[in-house]
Ligand binder design. Structure first.
Ligand code: PMP
Length: 371
């Protein structure tokens, strides 16, 4: 006898499910382009040298594990905590999210009971940014809305506004008294530079605006399994920040009390030590550089092999880990069923899961699936 008759089977997660079916595939040619986690040219997970170094130092110092500071459970937990905060203190506000966006954004705000709607972002005609649409929708939203922005390396499209466009976005947000809410999950992966990739967030902060920033170290420090991130709220005065922080802590307390310390210590050691910080920037550049190389090679392979005259240059204009190929669901199914290339059904491929050696094969698969 079970009391759980009313609990139906949950549908598979569109992203995590990709890895599960990938594992079950026994074909040697198989390629996992589903998950946005960094892989080496050998397509193996990568532990950053600077992380190993920080961990070694921590062992040597014999640090205890009693202290905990306010940090969140990686990007997802940071977003979820901010959503709970919005639900409690801005019950009238709605959140604007880009169309499309990372699939979990909708789940997060739904579960937190925060109403959301979409602003235009991706233009399929140009495989680029629908900037006019974006501005018009942010402008049309009720004053005081929260506008969720991807700090850099937009997921899933790989399309970011230009610096000039960011200025205009900030203008509208300021005029409409909206609250900018940055999701920063890929800092360093757009340009290779942690500083350059902070441009958008810093622009808003420089204008003196109050800003939410959900920060993840899953990708850029390869700490996915440590669940380390932070929810930062830039406030207009220290006294305001104290109040906001006290409430964020209060929200976290009954959810999970305190976050784990190990990942936080690694990050603190890396960013707190000028030498290690420099080493991280170097490794970040190398990781981003590898992805840029496969991006270029994939473009070259597609252009050389495709006789249809299709312009593939959108691949080079996209940045970060992902490329939004424009493949529809049926075509994406063909990628998987015929070519053993695993990817999300929105046509997104993670170039972090691609090697130079596999670019020709992938180009064949894409061309076959398109035509
Ligand atoms: N935001 C975006 C846009 C993401 O793509 C991801 C991870 N896929 C996250 C947030 C959260 O990542 P994590 O919780 O692993 O830090």
């Amino acid at each position: 006898v079970t009391r759980f008759e009313g609990v139906p089977m949950a549908p598979p997660d569109p992203i995590l499910g990709v890895s599960e079916t990938f594992k079950a595939d026994t074909n040697d040619l198989k390629l996992n382009l589903g998950v946005g986690a960094y892989r080496t040219e050998e397509l193996q997970p990568y532990v950053l040298n600077v992380v190993k170094k920080a961990e070694k130092l921590m062992l040597e110092k014999g640090e205890n594990k009693e202290v905990a500071t306010l940090q969140s459970l990686s990007g997802t937990g940071s977003l979820r905590l901010a959503a709970a905060f919005i639900q409690r203190y801005f019950p009238e506000a709605k959140v604007l999210i880009s169309s499309p966006t990372w699939g979990n954004h909708k789940n997060i705000f739904n579960d937190a009971r925060v109403p959301w709607s979409e602003y235009r972002y991706y233009d399929p005609k140009t495989v680029g940014l629908d900037f006019e649409g974006m501005i018009a929708d942010i402008e049309a939203a009720p004053e005081g809305s929260f506008v969720l922005l991807h700090g850099c390396a937009h997921n899933p499209t790989g399309i970011d506004p230009t610096p000039e466009q960011w200025e205009k976005i900030a203008d509208v947000i300021q005029e409409k008294k909206h609250m900018p809410f940055f999701d920063v999950a890929y800092q360093g992966f757009a340009s290779g530079s942690l500083d350059e990739d902070a441009f958008s967030v810093r622009l808003f902060v420089k204008r003196g605006l109050e800003v939410f920033v959900a920060q993840s170290y899953s990708k850029n420090l390869g700490l996915y399994a440590e669940r380390i991130g932070a929810i930062n709220v830039v406030c207009s005065a220290p006294e305001v920040a104290d109040r906001v922080k006290s409430q964020l802590k209060r929200l976290a307390r009954p959810m999970y009390s305190n976050p784990p310390i190990h990942g936080a210590r690694i990050v603190a050691n890396v960013v707190g030590d000028p030498t290690m910080f420099g080493e991280w920037k170097q490794e970040m550049e190398e990781m981003a550089g590898r992805i840029k190389n496969v991006r270029q090679k994939l473009y070259d392979s597609l252009s050389a092999k495709d006789k249809s005259g299709k312009d593939w240059s959108f691949i080079l204009r996209q940045i970060g880990m992902f490329s939004y190929t424009g493949l529809n669901k049926t075509q994406s199914d063909n990628m998987t069923d015929k070519w053993h290339v695993y990817m999300t059904k929105d046509g997104r491929i993670s170039l972090a899961g691609l090697s130079l050696a596999k670019c020709d094969y992938l180009a064949d698969a894409i061309i076959d699936s398109f035509h």
